[in-house]
Design a protein. Structure first.
Length: 459
């Protein structure tokens, strides 16, 4: 909002070349607002604005920019400017940038780092992709259990300025093994001569450096923490993951799941930045697969061609039947996938979920079947459209809806469990995929019921 209101004034200062005034104005802005401004400006103006910032502010702003804008600015800066920014960046944000650039360019950027920062960068990049190790920062505060409050406060004053967070401080032994944590609030409220061993909390849940980043999201939500410790297999504290980084992961994972549930390959970048050809490529595969799947619906219809020819009225209810099954299946799939993502249900809960969804599907089927029965009754009274055997047609629709909706909820709820058990992402059981699968089987259920009910009458 701030950038939208002041953007014309900023552009005016640039055109009038009042750079000193502009520099003073930007000093009063937050890094996030400056980053938003830079993204909205033209390329030449972006570079100009960025070069007006002091080194520390420039590094903070740089961390808020998307990767494409970061790379654009790097190309426009000299080696000294680039080195200053990269060395000033937080290690986790720098790792996120390095992950997106080619190997040759990466080596050039690594060469611009100081020996200490280069060691940190290569260490973080050495962890598996999408692991906690790639997400963590080594800029944390660690203290010993036998330290007094006074000693801790002096230590914070000495080294705390460049740390990622001061809200929580971690307690380690002489070998660096994590013992617990203490909130800054408890430190400030304790007497100066009190020891940390008397107030620190041993009940913590650290992340392993090789854990998947999604685990950090789950742990954060469970414990409502601002920072989570990261340890190796021996319990040695290596770094921390802060809430802002974890929320970025949560946003990415949620976006990816939503896209998969819509039968689209994960875009991996903002929608507005995806090229038309890449968008087509991402969507064509699943769409073609679903189209082929729908061909089986036509094949299923062909199997019952003779029955349709004898009782054309049955064809009138095909869209009603298969859409109800697809909709119920999509509902179940979406609910189960989301519950899995939140950790609400696990693989071992499959039987409980199945029983629950079968009962739900049966109940929903009765509701929809009743609506369908009443609809046929009203139309028959008004138009006599369904002939002398209308009651049996209505019963067929009623029972078919119960069967199809139950089947849809069963497929929609169980498919995520099957995919997860096989090692695939449950989100792949997208609503369109479930709907297509239920369409085919719904035809079979519908006409099987019709043959049983209408045999010797219409059929």
């Amino acid at each position: 909002m701030l950038t939208q209101l002041l953007k014309p004034e900023i552009k005016s200062l640039i055109q009038e070349k009042k750079y000193s005034v502009l520099k003073d104005v930007l000093k009063e802005w937050s890094p996030a607002d400056i980053a938003e401004l830079i993204v909205e400006l033209d390329e030449s103006e972006r570079i100009l604005i960025f070069r007006l910032l002091n080194r520390e502010l420039a590094a903070d702003v740089f961390e808020y920019l998307d990767v494409d804008t970061q790379l654009e600015l790097i190309k426009s800066m000299g080696k000294e400017e680039t080195a200053a920014i990269l060395n000033e960046m937080d290690p986790d944000d720098r790792t996120a940038l390095f992950e997106e650039i080619p190997a040759q360019a990466l080596q050039q950027l690594l060469s611009l780092l100081s020996a200490e920062e280069k060691k940190i960068a290569t260490t973080l990049l050495g962890y598996p992709e999408n692991s906690i190790g790639r997400l963590m920062t080594p800029d944390y505060l660690a203290i010993k259990a036998d330290w007094t409050i006074e000693k801790v406060l002096n230590y914070i004053r000495q080294v705390g300025k460049n740390k990622e967070t001061l809200n929580v401080i971690f307690v380690v032994d002489e070998k660096g093994k994590l013992l617990g944590q203490v909130d800054i609030r408890d430190i400030l409220l304790s007497s100066p001569d009190q020891q940390i061993s008397e107030i620190y909390d041993e009940n913590i849940t650290p992340l392993n450096v090789f854990d998947d980043q999604e685990k950090a999201v789950t742990i954060l939500q469970k414990y409502d923490a601002v920072a989570l410790p990261v340890v190796d297999n021996n319990g040695i504290l290596l770094g921390i993951v802060t809430v802002d980084d974890i929320m970025d992961v949560a946003e990415e994972e949620t976006t990816e799941d939503i896209q998969k549930q819509a039968a689209v390959e994960a875009l991996d970048e903002p929608y507005s930045e995806v090229s038309i050809f890449k968008m087509i490529k991402k969507r064509a595969g699943w769409l073609s697969f679903l189209f082929i799947g729908e061909m089986f619906t036509a094949s299923a219809m062909a199997i019952f061609e003779e029955e349709i020819a004898k009782a054309v009225v049955l064809a009138l209810f095909v869209p009603l039947i298969i859409s109800s099954g697809g909709n119920s299946g999509s509902q179940a799939s979406t609910l189960i996938v989301r519950a899995m993502a939140l950790g609400d249900i696990k693989l071992q809960d499959w039987f409980k979920v199945m029983a629950r969804e079968l009962f739900t599907g049966f109940s929903l089927g009765i509701i929809l079947g009743t609506i369908g029965f009443i609809r046929i009754l009203i139309w028959q009274e008004a138009t006599h459209l369904y002939g002398e055997h209308w009651l049996f047609v209505a019963i067929t629709v009623f029972l078919s809806l119960i069967g199809v909706v139950m089947w849809g909820t069963f497929i929609g709820s169980m498919l995520p469990f099957v995919l997860k058990r096989l090692g695939f992402d449950p989100a792949t059981s997208s609503a369109p995929f479930v709907a297509t699968l239920v369409d085919v089987t719904g035809i079979v259920i519908y006409f099987t019921v019709a043959i049983q009910i209408l045999g010797g009458k219409l059929l």
